[in-house]
Design a binder for this molecule. Structure first.
Ligand SMILES: [Zn+2]
Length: 80
């Protein structure tokens, strides 16, 4: 389940809820004051990465992202 971040207009607090995607966001109430005067904050993830394309971040790293492919052949330290 994805995490949804909300901001309560009444007590000015952020809170995060684990909700399934089909939950009615309009019915979400503040955890602190139970006000329904909350707004869905679009993921801190995108708001904290100003200037960086979200698409670039969403692509998982592949071997092509590492110029030195020999790194994959090295033993991982600390696993012995
Ligand atoms: Zn509140």
């Amino acid at each position: 389940m994805p995490l949804y971040e909300y901001f309560c207009e009444d007590c000015q607090k952020d809170f995060t809820l684990l909700q399934s995607a089909n939950v009615d966001k309009e019915k979400t109430v503040c955890l602190e004051c139970h006000s329904n005067n909350v707004r869905h904050v679009f993921s801190t993830f995108t708001s904290k990465t100003h200037g960086v394309s979200p698409l670039a971040k969403q692509r998982p790293a592949t071997e092509d992202d590492y110029p030195n492919k020999d790194i994959f052949k090295l033993p991982i330290p600390g696993l012995r």
